[in-house]
Design a protein around this ligand. Structure first.
Ligand code: GDP
Ligand code: MG
Length: 162
């Protein structure tokens, strides 16, 4: 069976857009309104001759327990099922309480955790990424899922982790 990368994070940070970058095709559903992606969808990816499965999460409406609990639960599920986990945050917003709830769970992960600082569409935004070290899940990797900026570096890091 091929290794599994789970992509987690709060709604609207660009998880599905980034999954499409990883796939090199538009298969994951991108929504302008948060939380519309179907619950968990697995796709076959290929990079540098290696196959792996990418699981896009999201779409879970914040339940009675709220968004932080939902995102934490997705992170728990990812830890139980994935070989590596990609936490996506919006670098233009910075770390929110929900991002911290996900990171808190993932700090316990045995599997490698990568941190994508998304929406770094141009150099001016690079400065926004350094504060994301505070999440305690390692080095923030700046990317722009929308424009493809740095996605090759991210994919190399993913392959190293898997
Ligand atoms: P998800 O809810 O985390 O899966 O987020 P989506 O992939 O559905 O994207 C949410 C919104 O963010 C959409 O309007 C995307 O076009 C936008 N978005 C995603 N990645 C980027 C990026 O790198 N830069 C910018 N500026 N917008 C992005
Ligand atoms: Mg999505």
């Amino acid at each position: 069976p091929q290794p599994v990368l789970a992509v987690v994070g709060r709604p609207n940070v660009g998880k599905s857009t980034l999954v499409n970058r990883i796939l090199g095709r538009r298969e994951a559903v991108v929504q302008d309104t948060p939380g519309v992606t179907r619950d968990r969808v697995a796709y076959d990816a290929l990079w540098n001759g290696r196959k792996f499965t990418v699981v896009d999460t999201g779409g879970w409406e914040p339940d009675a327990e709220g968004l932080q609990a939902s995102v934490a639960a997705q992170a728990e599920l990812a830890m139980a099922t994935a070989d590596a986990i990609l936490l996506v945050v919006d670098a233009t917003v910075g770390a929110t309480a929900t991002d911290e709830a996900a990171a808190k769970v993932l700090r316990r992960a045995k599997a490698p955790v990568l941190l994508a600082a998304n929406k770094v569409d141009d150099e001016r935004l690079l400065a926004d990424t350094a504060s994301l070290w505070s999440l305690g899940v390692g080095e923030p990797i700046p990317v722009s899922a929308l424009h493809g900026r740095n996605s090759g570096d991210l994919l190399d890091a993913i392959l190293d982790a898997l």
